[in-house]
Design a protein around this ligand. Structure first.
Ligand code: G4P
Length: 508
């Protein structure tokens, strides 16, 4: 018997406390004993220069991309999502590999821009969300206001599962509304150290609040939560150890086990015998001496065994996976077996790409891994024309990793790269230089945005591309892309070619 799996991610706006919570979940889940390790990484990551250094050294960010821990007979796979908003594309892809998410909100700030964006991605895929309102050890907004904001802004039913008894200076603990037990702060640090009390006497205004809340909000309904219609809300302070244990229990009790995954010709259920999975992330050059890469595969069905041969759908020969990597918090371990919901790191030399399906028989293809229309386009200017080949290789590699997108125009040789955030451009240039020894600059491109084009009738598409040749390009996989000068132009051509589909995301 294998233990149940809970594969999840934490989504939040920077600074809400994701790193602190991650560390505490691992700690309470028994995976790490040294507080502070994950934290240092989070703080470094926010600083651009430090982040670049880390990127160059890699190692660290890889072992922490997936953190596995076991608690109460359940195996948890926590997938890290990059904190910086410029890396949202990578984050979005990671969210395709989870079955549920924890949304962390700062009690003083409520729902912020990045929380909302990430939430929308979860909603697109019906990923159920547990909400954690963090930092109640500080002054925060009134509890009702926070709950109503979540409900209104995200159009979700909310169900408070715990209730903060005061916040900031008046913080007296977290009441579990189900058991009527309160977790109390202790000592000078005001942390939770295990002190709980049954049926506490509450300040009158808190008792009243709770009564109102229980009458006013939806009762907890596991089904509604799993459908993504309701979010259970927990209050706490990751820093002071209030909440992490509640969240582990909630994931264990309510979060869905691995779900069937959308695929062609048919969705794949985890019970199916054949081993299948998809690559949601590729990380290259972890060791600068070797051009090795790790492809992160989410296992969707079957029991994976080390040495097994898997075939990437659509391209390539079967590959034998001799040294798969499982991720146990601080160290990489070589896996012998893995089960649906688990993440396996597969070392390879560039054969595996984001979006690839791997399977024993190679007759399925997972769908739904999005590419996003870039918001910034730049022309790549090569300083040394003899390096064209290296440049093409570098751009292809980075497109594969999902660092940037690359477009090869139909006319001319001015390759164009597209990103969703400015920071990706810096990463691109620094890596071109450091890893590929290609000196290049970026120039403004005469385009502002891009759309993948398709049409049911191939003649329609041909007609469109023929008439718009100067604005047509191909992406890394040879798909036709229309480069537009503005969002307005997209609307304009859309009206003129109603039978051509202009997509801002492309599923691969
Ligand atoms: P992030 O990964 O979401 O960006 O957030 P991170 O955990 O790094 O937390 C951001 C800041 O908020 C940190 O403070 C952290 O200590 C603090 N924090 C996290 N959880 C809580 C909490 O429950 N209560 C309080 N009061 N603070 C919390 P910092 O000043 O940026 O870092 P540091 O100097 O404290 O290490």
């Amino acid at each position: 018997m294998t233990s149940p799996r809970r594969t999840f991610a934490i989504i939040s706006h920077p600074d809400a406390g994701k790193t602190t919570l991650t560390e505490k979940l691992l700690y309470f889940g028994g995976a790490i004993h040294l507080a502070g390790e994950v934290k240092a990484r989070g703080a470094n990551r926010r600083a651009r220069s430090d982040w670049m250094k880390i990127e160059q050294q890699r190692g660290i960010s890889v072992t922490s991309s997936v953190m596995t821990f076991e608690s109460g007979g359940v195996t948890f796979n926590l997938l890290d999502t990059p904190g910086h908003e410029d890396f949202s594309e990578d984050t979005y892809r990671t969210l395709t590999a989870v079955d549920s998410a924890i949304m962390v909100i700062d009690a003083a700030r409520g729902i912020e821009a990045q929380t909302r964006k990430l939430f929308e991605v979860c909603r697109l895929r019906s990923v159920p969300i547990i909400t954690f309102v963090n930092k109640v050890d500080r002054e925060g907004r009134p509890t009702f206001e926070l709950l109503d904001e979540i409900a209104d802004m995200l159009a979700l039913d909310v169900c408070p599962m715990t209730w903060p008894v005061g916040m900031g200076g008046t913080f007296e603990g977290i009441l579990n509304l189900d058991t009527n037990r309160i977790a109390r702060p202790e000592g000078d640090s005001r942390t939770f150290q295990g002190k709980v009390e049954d049926a506490p006497t509450l300040p009158a205004e808190i008792a009243e609040e709770i009564e109102l809340a229980q009458a006013g909000y939806a009762a907890f309904d596991a089904e509604a939560y799993r459908n993504g219609d309701l979010t259970p809300v927990y209050f706490g302070s990751a820093l002071k150890d209030f909440g992490p244990a509640d969240l582990i229990a909630a994931l264990s009790d309510y979060a869905p086990p691995p779900r069937p995954q959308p695929a062609e010709p048919a969705p794949v259920a985890p019970e199916e015998k054949e081993v299948t999975g998809f690559v949601f992330k590729v990380q290259a050059n972890m060791d600068p001496q070797h051009r090795d890469r790790i492809a992160f595969m989410r296992l969707c069905s079957g029991t994976f065994k080390r040495g097994m041969k898997l075939t990437p759908t659509g391209h390539g020969k079967p590959i034998a996976v001799h040294s798969p990597i499982l991720f146990f918090a601080q160290n990489r371990e070589v896996a012998d077996e893995a089960y649906p919901g688990d993440i396996i790191g597969i070392p390879n030399h560039g054969t595996l790409r984001v979006g690839d399906t791997l399977s024993e028989k190679a007759d399925v293809r997972f769908t739904g891994l999005p590419n996003f229309a870039p918001e910034i386009l730049r022309r790549v200017a090569l300083k040394d024309p003899t390096k064209t080949k290296q440049l093409r290789k570098a751009l292809d590699d980075m497109a594969e990793e999902g660092v940037t997108q690359v477009f090869y125009p139909e006319i001319g040789s001015n390759w164009i790269i597209g990103v969703v955030g400015q920071l990706q451009l810096d990463v691109l240039l620094s890596r071109l230089d450091a890893e590929y020894k290609v000196a290049a600059g970026l120039e403004p491109a005469p385009f502002d945005t891009a759309r993948w084009v398709s049409a049911e009738d191939p003649a329609e598409l041909k007609n469109f591309t023929d008439l718009n040749r100067a604005a047509m390009a191909k992406d890394r996989d040879g798909n036709p892309v229309f480069l537009a000068k503005s969002a307005w132009e997209v609307g304009y051509v859309q009206d003129r070619y109603p039978r051509v589909k202009f997509a801002a995301t492309r599923e691969r």
